[in-house]
Design a protein around this ligand. Structure first.
Ligand code: NAD
Length: 481
């Protein structure tokens, strides 16, 4: 049985107790992982502080960039191993895990480059005062990540933090902690000073809560559910520290009657079956203009029924859900949905020896879903799409904005005005036109409005998120021309 430790101050640490990390494709134990708690978090924060003050804060950006680039090189060397581990741990199809590994590698490359052009400003107020700003790291940053894209999200949050000169404590989710530990090992091999990136696996209410409440943390980044995000936010408020919140979504694909349906369909399908719908930005609502409703639902249903299910490493179209708890949650929502709307296809798969023990669920379509329905408003976090029709632009915008969330949205149309009007009217952190996700490039700022969170990860905005501005004003002696 594989055992995974915490990484604290460059050392592999065992906390004295382990928890079982299950393989979602089989329900069997994949690894024993050390169960970090308040003590390990304390040690990790102390190590991060020491490295911050000892070296990292003052390391030249070019040197930080060099180490981050080396990290990306080593991740590329280990790409297949990382992808395999991620696929086993999360259940996602191998090709998706490979794509995730590639994006994770890109985060380190991107932020290595970005930090080399991170400058302050000079501010021309008067001729006898010279004013400039410095972009400084916060100090010790805490990062709590979910189980759905641990490699990608871990990289997305620690790469900019490290690039900006912070030292990090990363707490992966208990359901899928393995690639985070591997990332910590790669960091050490790449020459990142011990203590700059500490990884402490453990339960949310133990290690996670201890990290969120730790007085030695200067900035928190949380990616996960709205409920836990609110708890983390309260803990941050107690110490008056900033918090970046990347939370859930109920993102719509809006398909107008003039859209290229052949182009839209595969993308609409993928937006909800990717990662078995366990994606914060999943296209879980399909808003369709009435004239194309019947054709779209028929085609969508046909495509859903052809989706193959299987264990992640076998590279099916769709893997299992992450856990028995998640399977129960999705089943509960689907049962509820049957009383709210028309269930077209999906549900629990029939008995199949290949799926035995795994947490599988079929891609599911609900049609004629009233906007007030629970399945139209709440995040299910499974492969379930709710279809609702609209008649005109006003109704489309009103439906798009009718949930508490605002993460992403996509507009499918051939009409440029429709595209721009909708992009302006939709409340979301990202709006796509005739595409969805756009390959998730690290260059594109990402984050939510409303209950989807605040702050931005990714892109240059993601680097700024881990810096604070210091303003320096200097009186210039008179008499100097
Ligand atoms: P979750 O909130 O249950 O867990 C997220 C992390 O928080 C885990 O590491 C967990 O151990 C930790 N945690 C749990 N309780 C805690 C506590 N009391 N204090 C501190 N930490 C605690 O979320 P999840 O089920 O892992 O992930 C699913 C959710 O994440 C969905 O809502 C999804 O939309 C969201 N998500 C958002 C993004 C984004 O970028 N916006 C990306 C991925 C997932």
């Amino acid at each position: 049985m594989n055992r995974y430790p915490a990484l604290i101050n460059g050392e592999e640490v065992n906390a004295g107790a382990d928890f079982e990390d299950l393989d979602p494709s089989t329900g069997e134990i994949l690894a024993e992982v050390t169960r970090g708690g308040p003590q390990e978090i304390d040690d990790a924060v102390a190590a991060a502080r020491q490295t911050l003050e000892g070296t990292w804060r003052r390391t030249r950006p070019a040197e930080r960039a060099r180490i981050l680039r080396r990290m990306s090189d080593l991740m590329r060397r280990d790409r297949d191993r990382l992808a395999d581990l991620e696929s086993r741990d999360t259940g996602k199809p191998l090709r998706q895990a490979r794509a995730d590994a590639d994006v994770a590698i890109r985060y380190f490359e991107f932020y290595a480059s970005a930090v080399e052009v991170l400058y302050g400003e000079t501010i021309p107020v008067s001729s006898d005062v010279f004013i400039y700003t410095l972009r400084e790291p916060f100090g010790v940053t805490g990062h709590i990540i979910p189980w759905n894209y641990p490699l990608q999200i871990g990289a997305r949050t620690v790469a900019p933090a490290l690039a900006a000169g912070n030292c990090c404590v990363l707490k992966p989710a208990e359901e899928a902690p393995l690639t985070a530990v591997h990332l910590g090992r790669i960091a050490l091999e790449a020459g990142l000073p011990p203590g700059a990136l500490n990884v402490v696996p453990g339960y949310g209410e133990e290690a996670g809560a201890a990290l969120a409440a730790h007085p030695g943390i200067d900035h928190l980044s949380f990616t996960g559910s709205v409920e836990v995000g609110a708890l983390v936010s309260k803990a941050a408020a107690d110490h008056v520290i900033p918090v970046t919140l990347e939370l859930g979504g109920k993102s719509p694909n809006l398909v107008f009657a003039d859209a290229d349906l052949e182009a839209a369909l595969p993308v609409v399908v993928n937006s909800i079956i990717q990662n078995a719908g366990q994606t914060c930005s999943a296209g879980s609502r399909l808003l369709v203009q009435a004239p194309v409703h019947d054709r779209l639902v028929e085609e969508l249903t046909g495509r859903f029924q052809k989706i193959s299910l299987g264990p992640g490493p076998a590279d099916p179209d769709m893997g299992p859900l992450i856990s028995a708890t998640q399977l129960e949650r999705v089943t509960r929502y689907v049962d509820l949905g049957k009383g709210e709307a028309h269930a077209v296809t999906g549900g629990r798969p029939p008995d199949d020896a290949r799926l035995k023990g795994g947490f599988f669920f079929l891609p599911t379509v609900f049609d004629h879903v009233p906007p007030s329905a629970v399945i139209a408003r709440e995040e299910i976090f499974g492969p379930v799409v709710a279809v609702t029709t609209f008649s005109d632009l006003d109704e489309a915008a009103q439906l798009a904005n009718s949930t508490d969330f605002g993460l992403v949205a996509a507009v499918w149309t051939r009409n440029v005005s429709t595209a721009h009007v909708m992009a302006r009217e939709i409340q979301a952190g990202q709006v796509f036109v005739n595409t969805y996700g756009a390959s998730g490039g690290p260059e594109m700022p990402f984050g939510g409005v409303k209950r989807s969170g605040h702050g931005r990860e990714k892109g240059f905005a993601g680097l700024l998120e881990y810096t604070q501005v210091k303003t320096v004003a200097m009186k210039i002696e008179p008499g100097v021309a």
